[in-house]
Write a protein that binds this ligand. Sequence first.
Ligand SMILES: Cc1cc2nc3c(=O)[nH]c(=O)nc-3n(C[C@H](O)[C@H](O)[C@H](O)COP(=O)(O)O)c2cc1C
Length: 177
Amino acid sequence: MSEQAGKPFLYVVVCAAGIAAGVGKLIGAAQERGWEVGVIATPVAMNGFFDTAAVEALTGRPIRSAWRTPGDPRPFPPPDAVVVAPATFNTVNKWAQGLADTLAVATLCEAPGLGVPIAALPCVADALAAHPAYQESLARLRGMGVRFGEPYSGDPQPDGGRPEFGWERALDLLDMR
Ligand SMILES: Cc1cc2nc3c(=O)[nH]c(=O)nc-3n(C[C@H](O)[C@H](O)[C@H](O)COP(=O)(O)O)c2cc1C
C-alpha cells in the first residue's frame, strides 16, 4: 500500500460524459470501503461535466488533469487500483491504441503495466458502441486484464427516465480475483 495513513490509494479517472456529474457517489462509496481517492479528469471533463470544487472537498486533494512540470513532486502516491468511470468512447479507443495525449489516458495506459486491478464503467451510446473500433478496443483492453462493467448507453428509457449508473460496480470489479 502506498498511502502513509495505511489506506490503499485509488485513482478515479473521470471522462467527459454527462453522467460524470454523479461521480461523487463513486468517491463516497470508495471511501466507505476504505480507499483513499485521487481524481484524474480529462481536460474536457474539467469543463463543466462535474462539480470540481465538491470533488476536491470530498477527496481533500486537487483534481489532476494536466501533467506536472518536471521539477514538481508527484501529487499522488502510486495507485493500488485504478477505476475509470464514466469511460467515454473517445478515451476507451485512445487507451486501447496507446494514444496517451491526456494525463488521464496516459494514467490508464500505464496502469496494466503496474499490475494493479483496473475497472472501467463505459457510458457509450448504443450507436457509438456499434462502431467496430470500439468493440476491438474493448476486446484488446479485456485481454490486458481490464474489468468492464455492463454496457450503459445513457439513453433515455421509453418513460423518459434513465437507468441508474451502477457506480459501485467499479468497486465490486476491483474486488474480483
Ligand atoms: C453534454 C455531453 C454529454 C456527453 N456524454 C457522452 C457520453 O455519455 N459518452 C461519450 O462517450 N461521450 C459523451 N460526450 C462526448 C464527449 O464529451 C467527447 O467525445 C469528448 O471528446 C470526450 O473527451 P474525453 O474522452 O477526453 O473525456 C458528451 C458530450 C456532451 C457535450
